[in-house]
Design a protein around this ligand. Sequence first.
Ligand SMILES: *Cc1c(COP(=O)(O)O)cnc(C)c1O
Length: 362
Amino acid sequence: MSRVYNFSAGPAVLPEEVLKEAAEEMLDYRGCGMSVMEMSHRSKMFQQIIDEAEQDLRDLMNIPDNYKVMFLQGGASLVFAQVPMNLMKNGKAAYIITGQWAKKAAAEAEKYGEVVRVASSADKTFSYIPDCSDLDIPEDADYVYICENNTIYGTKYKELPNTKGHILVSDVSSCFLSEPIDVSKYGVVYGGVQKNVGPAGVQIVIVREDLIADGPAVAQTPTMCDWKIQADNKSLYNTPPCYGIYICGKVFKWIKKMGGLEGMKAHNEKKAAILYDFLDQSKLFKGTVEKKDRSLMNVPFVTGDADLDAKFVAEAKAAGFENLKGHRTVGGMRASIYNAMPIEGVEKLVAFMKKFEEENTK
Ligand SMILES: *Cc1c(COP(=O)(O)O)cnc(C)c1O
């Protein structure tokens, strides 16, 4: 067996330990004679899996008791619609546009009400996070929406926007559990798990309970998108993505073992520094993002020559570094170095980049 270093933006690398454990439990989960894929979601065995997953997530993120945690389906893209359906009581919301995912979320919300785009970094290909200290947020906006880590462009909010008293809704898909956050500063924190937490098919939504107490804002909201119903049923209104939740639960335990979110942050900062420090002194490669807004998770870079970029991606692949091609809208390269990417993976990538640089500069 040989495993590559997988720099995919998502679905992405998972901890090897978790995969091994899941493999061991595949045929016979803890003596019950079947796999987690085969058991009833109403069984005691599965109830224990989902309860433990929720508790471990609550411990890791220090989630206050007045927040509900839901394990749902449909990807982060379905949450783009769930947010306005559940929260747009005045029919108006403010969106900060820092990339494709925020753009898509805003476009989706527009189907349900008025969207005011209060800031954007589109003018410089989303290579920075706009100043959000004094935005013109409509008084009657139901919430302010951000995409906290921009997977495609490699930017991250280092400070949350000043929402001027409005609820903050944040898509943390690509920075989920990468460092501690203060959940109490948000109305909603959500993400698809396939970037940093588990297999595609699960999305985690953490929502302050008073925001959903009266049910959705939009009367025609499908039952499956109704956060009150989902929360009241503890993610078991219908069959949840059982196997995915089970793997997420294992990842939560792995993160606990790694020192919780403080431990993850230190691990991620160390990894990112290795790559950014190299980029900052390289004669061939350069990062594409304003330094102050750099993501710890997604690191885009270019040589400035599309042919050389393609050559790099091909040679890297042959050397066991997978999925380094940049997003189709940006070009160049992108290394996603999520929680489960070992330090050694980044060190070896940088050594490979150095060698490539020597071979390709005169
Ligand atoms: C990948 C991604 C999405 C879309 O996720 P799906 O689960 O494919 O819908 C949304 N937001 C961010 C920040 C992402 O990285």
